[in-house]
Design a binder for this molecule. Structure first.
Ligand SMILES: Nc1nc2c(ncn2[C@@H]2O[C@H](COP(=O)(O)OP(=O)(O)OP(=O)(O)O)[C@@H](O)[C@H]2O)c(=O)[nH]1
Length: 472
């Protein structure tokens, strides 16, 4: 597969920039972008935008989900650690309180408790004796009523079945942790200690962590959006370029355009196939145009042949009819004088009879040439058939001009005419009719000119007669 020279990284980046600027590029014959080509909705619905949005949605969902899981694991881990620390602290306090409980030294126990609760998280501490009576206690001012109860009896009643206050226990709640530890002296159970600690500091820490992470995620998504857009603009540049080219070709029907093949990948192959298709359409169109031109030329030739006399190359009777009608219509409309000459050769039959048909043909050709030489530029001389000719004289200044032309024409035909060494006894008789003075209808004008011609024949040939004087 051939890869165009444009597959270099320079062109690639140039194309990406061009696509970024939303300007059409990439065909081998790039067209200037018209404002209509860059439609307003194009940016909004572009492939690059859609893919960038989808990628960002997936990326941000994955980031938020990952962070949610990490935050949950962190919360559970930190809570477990605080619970373990609370159990250890409670056990140490229980060990300190054990002799005071045995000797019922509440003052010393209260002092010990006061030192213990300096830790910020403590909500409540209670020590019970073996008879489940409160021996010493401390409760933070902000603390809610103790759970499971104020008295050990109530607390014991709230304990799960099969457990007693001699066992270590732990209750985890949303905002606090509660631990129960036995108070033993030399292995003998002398009481129990319950410690409630707040998890609010931990919650605040986690909240700060979540806020910082949310900020980081937002920054990461913003950076990812810019990077993804750039990357996708570059990656999708050939597709965008191909789409623009297809649009341009459909608008201006210029099949000589070609797509640039950037890389030998699927899009590159698509571009190649598109180019091949354009090539085929271009070839087919060129063939069609050529055939159309040939047919037009053949039609024109055929039309010319249909209106031309093969012997003299003058317009024939068919052409004469339409030309006469056209010129008469113009004459009547513009109120301009025009004339029709009906010309019949004199003694032509004798040429055929004496010198043969070939000589007769040569005489007809020569007479046509001679008459053509004396005409004005816009006069129309036609061969009507046999030795008869029709001459249309449009836009005459006056009727005398037509008469003078008839005289010149008769004289030209009368000039000595030789075929080989033989002088041909040829002359011309002319009938002259005017439009609109004699007739305004083509058929009637032709009859009038014919009648005038026969009047001239009767008058001795080699002369002309006007239709208006045909009777004389
Ligand atoms: N050579 C030749 N002769 C033709 C052609 N068409 C018609 N003719 C002959 O032209 C002659 C015309 O005859 P006429 O016009 O009646 O005879 P004419 O001798 O001219 O008679 P006047 O008009 O009275 O002088 C006929 O003999 C036709 O056969 C042609 O194409 N070539």
């Amino acid at each position: 597969m051939s890869v165009a020279a444009s597959s270099s990284s320079d062109q690639q980046s140039a194309t990406a920039k061009a696509v970024e600027a939303e300007a059409p590029t990439g065909s081998s014959k790039p067209a200037p972008a018209s404002p209509t080509e860059v439609r307003s909705g194009e940016l909004q619905h572009s492939l690059v935008r859609r893919l960038t949005r989808l990628n960002l949605q997936v990326l941000s969902s994955a980031m938020v989900l990952s962070f949610g899981l990490i935050a949950a694991i962190l919360w559970l881990g930190a809570r477990e650690r605080q619970a373990q620390a609370a159990e250890l602290s409670a056990q140490l306090l229980a060990n300190s309180l054990a002799p005071m409980l045995v000797f019922e030294d509440q003052a010393a126990a209260s002092a010990e408790l006061a030192a213990f609760v300096r830790r910020g998280e403590v909500l409540e501490v209670r020590a019970f004796n073996a008879a489940l009576k409160v021996f010493v206690q401390w409760q933070a001012a902000s603390s809610a009523p103790p759970v499971p109860g104020a008295s050990m009896a109530a607390a014991a009643a709230a304990l799960p079945a099969g457990m007693d206050h001699g066992q270590g226990l732990r209750f985890m709640r949303a905002a606090e942790v509660e631990v129960w530890v036995p108070i033993r002296l030399k292995g003998e159970l002398v009481g129990s200690l319950v410690l409630r600690e707040s998890l609010q500091n931990l919650q605040m820490l986690l909240l700060k962590l979540i806020s910082a992470a949310a900020l980081l995620i937002a920054v990461a998504i913003a950076i990812a959006w810019r990077v993804l857009r750039r990357v996708q603009q570059r990656a999708l540049a050939p597709i965008v370029e191909l789409s623009r080219l297809a649009e341009q070709v459909s608008v201006d029907q210029d099949f000589t355009r070609r797509a640039t093949v950037h890389w030998p990948d699927e899009v590159g192959r698509l571009s190649e196939r598109f180019n091949q298709m354009l090539q085929r359409v271009e070839t087919t169109q060129a063939e069609l145009n050529l055939r159309l031109r040939q047919e037009q030329e053949a039609g024109q030739q055929f039309e010319q042949l249909a209106h031309r006399d093969a012997l003299t190359q003058l317009p024939n009777r068919l052409y004469f009819q339409s030309a006469l009608e056209r010129h008469m219509a113009a004459s009547c409309q513009n109120v301009e004088l025009m004339a029709l000459m009906f010309i019949d050769l004199d003694n032509f039959k004798s040429v055929n009879d004496k010198h043969g048909h070939e000589a007769g043909d040569e005489v007809l050709r020569e007479v046509a040439r001679r008459m053509s030489r004396v005409l004005r530029g816009n006069d129309v001389l036609c061969r009507l058939g046999g030795d008869e000719f029709g001459l249309i004289l449009p836009t005459l200044p006056n009727d005398t001009a037509a008469e003078q032309l008839a005289v010149r024409l008769i004289a030209a035909v009368r000039e000595p005419l030789y075929v080989g060494e033989h002088l041909m006894p040829i002359g011309a008789t002319v009938g002259l009719a005017f439009c609109p003075t004699d007739e305004v209808d083509a058929a009637h004008l032709l009859v009038a000119a014919d009648v005038a011609m026969y009047a001239a024949k009767r008058a001795g040939k080699n002369t002309f007669r006007r239709a208006s004087h045909a009777g004389s």
